[in-house]
Ligand binder design. Structure first.
Ligand SMILES: Nc1ncnc2c1ncn2[C@@H]1O[C@H](COP(=O)(O)OP(=O)(O)OP(=O)(O)O)[C@@H](O)[C@H]1O
Ligand SMILES: [Mg+2]
Length: 312
């Protein structure tokens, strides 16, 4: 069952140096109980998609398309309804854990606040639930941490606190934007384990944004690959690692350490001076004449969806 359906989404920013086409004709859905990974190089539009879903984009953004959540178009909701949805239905964990937490409030208060505001329970019950959540998120002795401030915890612990906050109201969707960025390998492992726990105990769907394919492999059911504002491939994770479809996906896979660590050659195009046709064609080993002339549509084949003329 589809819980979130994004149809033909376009996001454009007007800036003093020109227009930035951050997301173009993006269509995808998130199913109930599914973990969907959104993967791509820096600047390809991953966070813009996340922030569009929860409608937290700056004034210079122009948005078109539809984002249906349980049948309601989020882009058409009133600000008040949207705020309610953001608080109770779709939780987001932003890229930087330390900036997302309030430095002046104790961890326990930050986790229990949404419960006190939105659920009719008293402080004691809220704290019991807070400690239970912290325990689930790998804090062996939760009582020790509820009275601490974010600066007293490591980056990895703060990330797990954010995860706990996102779970307090049992949201239907959790969006995690680069939850492992800047953490060392051991902490990355911890966070992966916590997400696995979340998947097990919670019935929510997860949109996991990462530039790290190995994390996507471990956690996701399906993978979306983005390149320069375009979705270029959507496939089941298992199939992606056996048989990636798009030429860019193949190159991305070869950049994994176990496949020889061959990072993609060349750079993603600048967002204000985009190549005509397929944006990947200047770097593509299979390019044909049409690739530099016309943007390829998405082709749906057995293995998945792919934006490439090789599948015409
Ligand atoms: N407020 C804005 N005004 C103008 N351009 C913006 C704005 N926000 C994002 N962009 C541009 O939109 C594009 C996509 O940005 P986005 O933050 O979604 O990338 P990303 O895929 O999340 O990258 P990263 O992996 O580094 O987080 C970039 O070119 C970025 O510069
Ligand atoms: Mg980002």
């Amino acid at each position: 069952m589809k819980i979130l359906e994004i149809q033909d989404l376009n996001v454009k920013f007007t800036t003093p140096i020109g227009e930035v086409y951050a997301v173009n004709n993006a269509s995808f859905s998130l199913n109930a109980n599914e973990t969907l990974a959104l993967v791509g190089e820096t600047g390809c539009g991953k966070s813009v998609i996340a922030n569009t879903i929860i409608r937290l984009l700056p004034q210079n953004a122009e948005i078109s398309g539809n984002i249906f959540y349980k049948g309601n178009n989020l882009l058409k909701m009133s600000d008040r309804e949207m705020e309610k949805t953001r608080q109770q239905e779709i939780a987001i964990i932003f890229q930087n854990p330390t900036l997302s937490l309030n430095p002046l409030y104790k961890i326990g208060d930050q986790i229990s606040e949404p419960l006190l505001v939105h659920k009719k329970i008293n402080k004691k019950e809220a704290f019991t639930k807070t400690k239970k959540l912290l325990k689930t998120m790998g804090f062996q002795n939760p009582s020790k941490f509820t009275g601490m401030y974010p600066h007293q915890l490591s980056g990895g612990m703060n990330q797990r606190v954010l995860l706990s906050i996102s779970l307090t109201l049992n949201p239907s969707i959790i969006i995690a934007d680069e939850p492992t960025k800047g953490l060392d390998n051991e902490l990355v492992r911890d966070i992966i384990e916590e997400f696995k726990t979340v998947n097990k105990i919670n019935n929510s769907s997860l949109l996991l944004i990462t530039h790290d394919l190995s994390i996507a492999r471990e956690l996701s059911d399906r993978i979306i690959i983005m390149y320069s504002g375009d979705i270029v491939e959507i496939t089941k994770t298992e199939s992606f690692f056996k048989n990636p479809l798009h030429p860019y996906s193949k190159i991305l896979l070869n950049s994994l350490p176990e496949r020889g660590f061959n990072p993609p050659k060349g750079n993603s195009p600048s967002m204000v001076n985009i190549p005509k046709g397929c944006k990947f064609h200047p770097r593509c080993p299979h390019k044909k004449k049409i690739c530099s002339e016309k943007t390829p549509p998405i082709y749906s084949i057995d293995e998945g969806d792919v934006r490439c003329y090789l599948f015409q």
